[in-house]
Design a protein around this ligand. Structure first.
Ligand code: PH2
Ligand code: MG
Ligand code: MG
Length: 161
């Protein structure tokens, strides 16, 4: 089974609880959680006037193909009170697929690898913690190389929980 890497983020209500509940719900729905990174407190990107995020990366496995797996993630987001209001705006929970093994997927609603991961320190720092040597199947660079090259200067700090 392919290794799937996810990015989870929250910046509304109890951020830590939202991320923990999302992981728990995924597990209940048959997703195997293999590794979860440290929790990181991250400065918001794109829309800067919103609360700071808590972000993690997770390595998981699922029997579901990418499209069905994506639908499962959307169900989990909805059951945790996710509302889709503003692109890049505040949310109780966001679960993004970063990689689905080395598969490439390009539909309007779902692109894998995630098209903006290489510009986001809030993704690359936790990914470099979990899987520093995992090679991006398109960019052909490891997570630690992408992090080194990344010009995102937003603040990010590991949280001790
Ligand atoms: N998610 C966004 C937009 N900006 N910034 C941080 N720090 N963390 C996020 O998870 C995040 C963001 C849209 O999904
Ligand atoms: Mg996102
Ligand atoms: Mg999303």
């Amino acid at each position: 089974m392919a290794k799937i890497y996810l990015s989870l983020g929250s910046n509304l209500r109890d951020r830590q609880e939202n991320i923990r509940q999302a992981l728990e719900l995924l597990e209940h729905k048959g997703v195997r959680i293999l590794q979860v990174s440290s929790f990181y407190e991250t400065e918001p990107l794109y829309i800067v006037d919103q609360p700071w995020f808590l972000n993690v990366a997770a390595e998981v496995q699922s029997e579901l193909a990418p499209q069905s797996f994506f639908e499962l993630l959307q169900q989990v987001e909805l059951s945790l009170g996710r509302e889709r209001k503003v692109r890049f705006g505040p949310r109780t929970i966001d679960i993004d697929i970063l990689f689905y093994g080395n598969e490439l997927f390009d539909h309007s609603a779902l692109q894998i690898p995630h098209p903006r991961l290489q510009e986001r320190k809030f993704v690359l720092v936790p990914m470099a913690e979990l899987a520093p040597d995992f090679i991006h199947p398109v960019l052909k660079k490891s997570m630690s190389e992408l992090l080194k090259k990344c010009s995102d200067s937003s603040k990010i700090k590991k949280v001790l929980l």
